[in-house]
Structure formats: C-alpha cells, structure tokens
Design a protein around this ligand. Structure first.
Ligand SMILES: [Zn+2]
Length: 138
C-alpha cells in the first residue's frame, strides 16, 4: 500500500504538466516503474484514479512500463537479473561472485503525458512584460 504517497506526487506532476500545456484533458500517462518499487498494478491504477478525481487527469489512461531489477557483477562485469524475492538468488551466473552494483530497478518517473488541447482555451501566451503600456495614459 506504499503506492499512495508516490502516486500523489505523480498525479501532481501530471496535472502540472498538462496545465502548463494548456490542456483540456490528460488522455494518457506512461509511468516508468522499476521492479524494486514492487508496485501492484491495480493499486497504481486505483490510486491514480482516486487522486486525480476532479482534475484534468481524472480520465487518463495509465500505462506502466516495467523495468527489471538488474545488477552488474563487479568481478566479471556480467549484467544479470536479480530476483530479490528469492533468498538464494544474487550470485553472478558467470563467475558466482556476490559482489554487484545496481543497474536498473529503482526507476519511478513520468515518462510521457499525452494531452488533448481545448479549442476554446488556446495555449496561454507567454507574458511579455509590455502589456498595458500601449494606452499611454500618464
Ligand atoms: Zn561475475
């Protein structure tokens, strides 16, 4: 159930990204989630929907891109998948060493946000700093 706190930050980031683009709606969101995060899909989808309620992202489709937990052997350089749920796992399949460093598996980021713009709500103009001076009233 640790997904909740992370999802809150993710939803905030997604809504923020959508609003900065002047979006009417966030259509889909792709999240990159490392295996070590141990997220359960149904919680991710459920919390996203719950937290995004009332925002432009409430109907967004959430896609999870999983990244496996891999490590690299310090002895021989082999990169291999580490099954952290298996207590006997961890040895390098090439040389048998237990000396490795993390390569992938801790990712947690918003990879892409697809938005739908609104025709009657075009992209907000950048502030120019000269507005209101044209009238010349002194
Ligand atoms: Zn090795």
């Amino acid at each position: 159930m640790h997904e909740m706190a992370y999802l809150r930050r993710i939803v905030d980031a997604v809504v923020d990204a959508g609003e900065r683009q002047g979006a009417a709606e966030v259509v889909s969101v792709r999240l990159v989630v490392g295996e070590l995060r141990d997220f359960i899909d149904k919680y991710v989808f459920g919390y996203f929907k719950f937290l995004a309620r009332g925002t432009i992202a409430e109907n967004a489709e959430v896609v999870l891109q999983r990244v496996p937990f891999t490590v690299q052997c310090r002895a021989c350089g082999t990169i291999y998948h580490f099954d952290f749920r298996d207590a006997d796992a961890g040895a390098c399949p090439t040389c048998g060493a237990h000396d490795f460093e993390l390569r992938t598996g801790r990712e947690l980021r918003v990879d892409s946000v697809v938005v739908r713009g609104s025709a009657d709500h075009p992209r907000a103009p950048e502030p120019q700093g000269v507005q209101g001076k044209a009238a010349g009233r002194a």
